[in-house]
Design a protein around this ligand. Sequence first.
Ligand code: NAD
Length: 496
Amino acid sequence: MSLGGSLPRYELYINGAAVPPASGEYFPTQNPYSGETWALVARGGEGDVNVAVAAAHLAFTQGPWAEMTATERGRLLRKLADLIPAKARHLAEIERRDNGKLSAEVITQVNYLSDYFHYYAGLADKVHGDVIPTDKKDVLAFTKYEAKGVVAIITPWNSPLTLTSWKLAPALAAGCTVVIKPSEFTSASMIEFAKLFDEAGFPPGVINVVTGFGAEVGAPLVAHPNVAHIGFTGGEVAGQKIYEAAARGLKTVTLELGGKSPNIVFDDADLDKAVKGVVSGIFAASGQTCQASSRLLVQENIHDMFVQRLIDFVGTAKLGDPALQDTQIGPIATRPQFEKIMSYIEIAKAEGAKCILGGTSRPDLGAGQFVSPTIFVGVNNKMRIAQEEVFGPVLSVIPFKDEADAIAIANDVNFGLVAAVWTQSLKRALLIAEKVKAGTIWVNNYRATSFTSPFGGFKRSGIGRESGVDAIKEYLETKCVWVSSDLDVPNPFVRR
Ligand code: NAD
């Protein structure tokens, strides 16, 4: 970071050093609460991508990183993990300033990264192949895992360092090198975070960061012939473009896309807990999370009572400055996202859904980029408000009759990221867990995730898994080695 006029200026990070962009241009990054530009960020382009990929490729093929054992890589990751707590407040402050997430939430998220890197530090030397008992005599066949190569990591604005680390920690544990393209709305925290890798002793070129826009940095990065795998979190439109570009280069991908996730509340549930679960599912982070439970499926006999309890709980939520400890709902992170949410509220009204809470912006707060917690009833699952991701604090309430009805409605969307069920019946909980098509099912809880546990989507919510042991495999190739102890080849024209 350097000072550009009175504003801090963030450079690219390539080959272990801060580097100005070839364009010489910088773009502003804004605080969504105050509306102020608080820093300038380097506007990278294709030339910068080429330099970063060359550095990552060199680090992957030659030099200390390429020579390291998995145990040594684990040691470096552990050092990095140990450096995070002392920098957590600073990094969290940057993220809060860039995307308006509550201080209380973002500091917890950033502190948690340390556990994340510790987990993959430990896993680095524990992923091993097998000896295969083949049907051939006089041969030893074994598998081993090898790092894929240079990985492109492309992330959105809602949880910048968390979603980057979900890819970065397993990629590094696997032995890959990386080029990261953070969201153009929230680049600064990654530039600051990259410095910690330097401090931990990662060799130059292992981690590179090229800031800028999707078309100018993301697209050439995905298309670069020396990029082997793309780890992406973001929206479906960019996800499809990346998947198409990866297909042209026959590259592998991990895609974490959006959701239209159901929170299913049965009449036998502990309703106090269910209310909190529904609130946390859609109104935490102002609904700007891939895990948002934007559809509340509630059993019809408790519909009115449950909705009233929700209104009582959310109606008093304190909107305001995310830096303040008592704020419960912060601003929308970006102006385009704010406009998208407001347009979906109009779409829902035009479709005939009834707005019983919110439905308005709050121009009186901060720079006016706030949306009141909004609840629609009378929603039919065919409506756009029930089918399309809003990525904001907008809840669609849909009544259901029984288990079969709940399952049918839950599955009647193109997405399948997460789902939750609230019930006291173990049988019913297990039925929902079995029948609902989603990568994560929560029973009587919401938003629990961990570095230990795989996360990802069914259907159009994504491809591949992040976190847990599954994630490291995304960054590894399997190689099978055949060793013969019988040197004689009786007939070379006939396969043994
Ligand atoms: P986005 O898809 O617009 O952008 C994500 C990233 O992709 C950004 O860094 C952007 O610059 C880059 N990008 C855009 N076009 C590209 C291209 N053609 N090639 C390469 N890179 C490109 O998403 P966003 O607006 O930043 O974030 C919101 C979206 O992300 C929501 O739709 C949400 O559902 C999704 N999301 C999903 C998860 C998940 O884990 N499934 C988590 C968070 C957000």
